[in-house]
Design a protein around this ligand. Structure first.
Ligand SMILES: Cc1cc2nc3c(=O)[nH]c(=O)nc-3n(C[C@H](O)[C@H](O)[C@H](O)COP(=O)(O)OP(=O)(O)OC[C@H]3O[C@@H](n4cnc5c(N)ncnc54)[C@H](O)[C@@H]3O)c2cc1C
Length: 282
């Protein structure tokens, strides 16, 4: 069994950032992820300047596909609103791999199934042990499931269903577009161009609302695609893009708060970049 001061479960941006800081501060920290990086991650890849600053990363340093867009478009009930902005886009396939390698922490490809507390340490699948444990496993985080879910369950009403495609495409429109509530979708659709000739398009909505309206995310997706085919702007003036990959996922978002009962369990953190918050038990 391998022992570390800290084991970080999940090597996405939350886990790799945490591991990087711990390593820089002299702790022996390891990252354990079920995926072999680089890995696919369902995400439009829109990155704010604040996120770049928090990651201690400048556009000049980043070696992969990177695009800065200075305008975004909102399409709402037939209106088309434009706003000046300064935002970035990346491909998560590259971005997460880069951040994880940059962390300097050893990375283990391992599917975490069982986490127990034993003799004052955390033991993971009899393969790793640690003094401190960090859960950064995203929506399926096993640390969350083991130590946090009961006290802090995810609200089913916040569950979303999403579909997206990311593919090579010679786009002409380098701005980002968002369509809200199109065709009664309880959510929004997006067009996010990327550097080096890639494009990400997708849509998502609140799962419960969609179901109660008798809607189907795949029907929305078909309509979204056919809308580009007949009206090429903003998806460029060339033909309909080839579909390289389809990803389908049901995901959930939640806003967490520190629950007093959690303080009984020592030295476990759950990091959640999507929830813009972290829980700590210490
Ligand atoms: C469709 C969609 C579009 C989005 N678009 C944007 C956007 O444009 N901009 C933005 O900022 N955010 C966006 N998000 C949200 C963003 O993707 C998340 O906030 C972000 O990925 C969370 O990062 P993380 O490091 O917490 O988790 P993740 O990036 O999800 O990483 C978690 C890691 O944990 C690993 N893991 C999970 N379970 C286990 C296990 N049992 N054992 C070992 N490893 C495990 C996974 O393999 C994964 O690598 C989007 C999300 C979705 C679903």
């Amino acid at each position: 069994m391998r022992h570390f001061d800290v084991v970080v479960v999940g090597g996405g941006p939350a886990g790799s950032s945490c591991a990087r800081q711990l390593t820089a501060d002299g702790a022996s920290a390891a990252v354990v992820d079920r995926a072999d990086f680089p890995r696919l991650k369902l995400c439009a890849g829109w990155v704010t300047p604040q996120a770049m600053a928090a990651l201690d990363l400048t556009p000049e340093q980043y070696p992969h596909s990177f695009l800065t867009f200075r305008r975004f478009h909102v399409h709402l009930f037939g209106m088309h609103l434009k706003a000046k902005t300064l935002q970035h886009s990346v491909r998560r396939y590259e971005f997460d791999d880069y951040l994880l390698a940059r962390s300097g922490a050893p990375v283990f490809n391992h599917y975490v199934r069982n986490v127990v507390r034993h003799d004052g340490r955390y033991v993971i699948d009899d393969a790793f042990s640690c003094e401190y444990l960090v859960g950064a496993g995203g929506t399926k985080c096993p640390v969350y499931k083991t130590f946090f879910r009961e006290a802090n369950p995810r609200a089913k009403i916040l569950q979303t269903v999403t579909l997206e495609h990311e593919f090579s495409y010679d786009w002409a429109d380098g701005d980002c577009h968002l369509w809200f509530f199109k065709d009664k979708l309880p959510g929004y659709a997006w067009y996010v161009p990327k550097g080096k000739g890639h494009l990400n398009v997708g849509l998502g909505g609140m799962a419960d609302k969609l179901k109660s309206r008798g809607g189907d995310i795949k029907q929305h997706w078909s309509r979204f695609k056919s809308c580009w085919a007949t009206n090429p702007s903003p998806a460029t003036s060339t033909s309909n893009p080839p579909v390289i990959a389809t990803t389908y996922a049901v995901t959930s978002r939640q806003f967490v708060s520190t629950t007093p009962s959690l303080w009984a369990m020592p030295s476990v953190w759950r990091l959640a970049t999507s929830a813009k918050a972290s829980d700590r038990q210490s």
